[in-house]
Design a protein around this ligand. Structure first.
Ligand SMILES: NC(=O)c1ccc[n+]([C@@H]2O[C@H](COP(=O)([O-])OP(=O)(O)OC[C@H]3O[C@@H](n4cnc5c(N)ncnc54)[C@H](OP(=O)(O)O)[C@@H]3O)[C@@H](O)[C@H]2O)c1
Length: 458
């Protein structure tokens, strides 16, 4: 549900006036984020804190149990609503791209805009989605940018480029950005350098960079004499890049298990038929989600039973309607991939990972810079990842069908009593055609610790 325009926003005052109220807090050192923070946070429901509220350290806190309960009480979105989840910003970004149309905005409004801009970036890959808005001292927006993927200008540089292209002076401006500006040479120069060179006076950022390689921007900017305020919207910024943030924190790809099931938890009928349990609307949604991950994995059981293509399609019903960006296709297990398998058709690269150890699978995928793995295998692979506590989120599509027999969604994975069953937190629910979609996330941090193998933004 789109957030009302005026929710959480300051009165329309100039940037200087807004920031002056917090001048005693602007010297505070950046804080780190507990990696377990916001494990199940819900971007679509929670209103962002205002910058003022976020700067009050007594209010900047963890998600409460009440927050979590609230997310399960949300009404259903329509199928159309839920298909747009990834594209939706808080404000109408399209409207805002013309700098000349808008009057002065507050820092909170600029932050909202920055989050909306960030959502235009790719939802997967080695880099996070980041948005940046530049405000002149009178609050006028003079530049907007977002990160379009590894190797392209970071959001701050994109915003500076826009201002410079429009001959708008950046000296004395405030940069409002959804992630702490980077302070390292990756594929592009450090943003701290670009902001300093542009004469930026103040930087407000939502989240400290969890990537040790890129972090340190806030300190470097402060040392360069720039006023630095942040982090001011950690939960919202983590939601924006949930998989990226947790992949960095946990040192391994984040795993989402996707399943299409009947009301009685069956993923195939007794005769093996499983196409299609869910409606076309649900399959469209699933294809949109495939565009947000780096890799999709199945076991050889699903490969031999269903011969799936594992492509991300812009139209789920048209096999040739491939999305421009295709996930890596991964087959788990010892049996070979048949030469005639549909997997060999157009789509992302295909790899086979023999063996049955989920941790080794994730280590191998981390080496390939996979941040977000979608498991679309059957009951066996799902059970293996659950038993290893390596499922972080579940995308469940539930059809109003009862089979009474057939393949259970998951094989036994060691739970014998109710108290031992891991509980999941619902973070999203929608009706898709005749089906229910629900997204769940883990409520406790993973047990296994990995040696971090994943780098961050570049
Ligand atoms: N409705 C749905 O959402 C959905 C989704 C997927 C599948 N399905 C249905 O599920 C059925 C297939 O089920 P399935 O359980 O055979 O599929 P699966 O879990 O995808 O594949 C199982 C096979 O993967 C290999 N494997 C890989 N990693 C493993 C591990 N850690 N532990 C054990 N085995 C591992 C094993 O084969 P090797 O001997 O080759 O090692 C195993 O037999 C089909 O009827 C399919 O239609 C339904």
């Amino acid at each position: 549900m789109a957030k009302p325009r005026d929710e959480g926003l300051c009165d329309p005052v100039t940037v200087d006036a807004t920031l002056d109220r917090d001048s005693d807090l602007t010297q505070r050192a950046p804080v780190t984020v507990d990696p377990t923070l916001d494990l199940a946070s819900d971007s679509t429901q929670r209103a962002p804190a205002t910058v003022d509220a976020a700067l009050d350290s007594t209010q900047r806190d963890l998600v409460t149990g009440d927050d979590a309960i609230g997310s399960t009480q949300r009404g259903f979105a329509t199928a159309d609503d839920s298909l747009e989840l990834t594209q939706r910003g808080s404000l109408a970004v399209e409207d805002s791209l013309d700098l000349t149309q808008r009057g002065p905005v507050t820092v909170d409004e600029a932050l909202d805009l920055a989050f909306g801009l960030a959502q235009r970036g790719p939802a997967h890959g080695p880099n996070p989605r980041v948005g940046c808005v530049l405000l002149a001292p009178d609050g006028q927006v003079i530049g907007q940018g977002w990160h379009r993927g590894a190797g392209t200008p970071h959001a701050e540089v994109a915003a500076l480029n826009q201002a410079q292209a429009a001959n708008l002076p950046t000296t004395g401006a405030t940069a409002v950005v959804t992630l702490e500006p980077c302070h390292h040479w990756g594929l592009t120069p450090p943003c701290t350098q670009a902001l300093t060179a542009a004469g930026i006076k103040r930087v407000v950022y939502a989240l400290a960079d969890p990537n040790p390689t890129a972090a340190g921007g806030a300190v470097a900017l402060a040392e360069a004499g720039i006023e630095v305020i942040g982090p001011v919207a950690e939960r919202r910024a983590i939601d924006l890049n949930w998989a990226w943030f947790h992949a960095l924190s946990w040192g391994r790809p984040v795993v989402t298990w996707k399943l299409a099931t009947t009301l009685d938890g069956r993923i195939a009928a007794l005769d093996g038929s499983s196409q299609w349990i869910t409606s076309a609307a649900a399959r469209r949604h699933a294809h949109a989600n495939r565009q947000e991950v780096d890799a999709i994995a199945i076991g050889t059981g699903t490969l031999y039973a269903d011969d799936p293509a594992l492509t991300a399609r812009v139209d789920a019903t048209v096999e040739a309607a491939l999305a421009p960006d295709q996930p890596l296709r991964v087959v788990l297990g010892d049996r070979p991939i048949p030469a005639q398998a549909r997997l060999h058709g157009p789509g992302g690269p295909v790899i086979a990972l023999p063996g049955h150890d989920p941790a080794q699978v994730l280590a191998a995928l981390a080496e390939r810079q996979v941040r977000h793995l979608l498991i679309e295998g059957g009951a066996t692979v799902a059970a293996a990842f659950l038993a290893a506590d390596l499922v972080d989120a579940i995308d469940a599509y539930i059809a109003p069908i009862i089979l009474g027999d057939g393949t259970s969604a998951v094989a036994p994975f060691g739970v014998t009593t109710l108290a031992d069953a891991p509980r999941w937190q619902i973070v999203e629910t929608a009706q898709l055609g005749s089906d229910i979609f629900t997204r769940l996330r883990r409520t406790t941090a993973p047990e296994q610790s990995f040696t971090p193998t994943l780098g961050g933004s570049s």
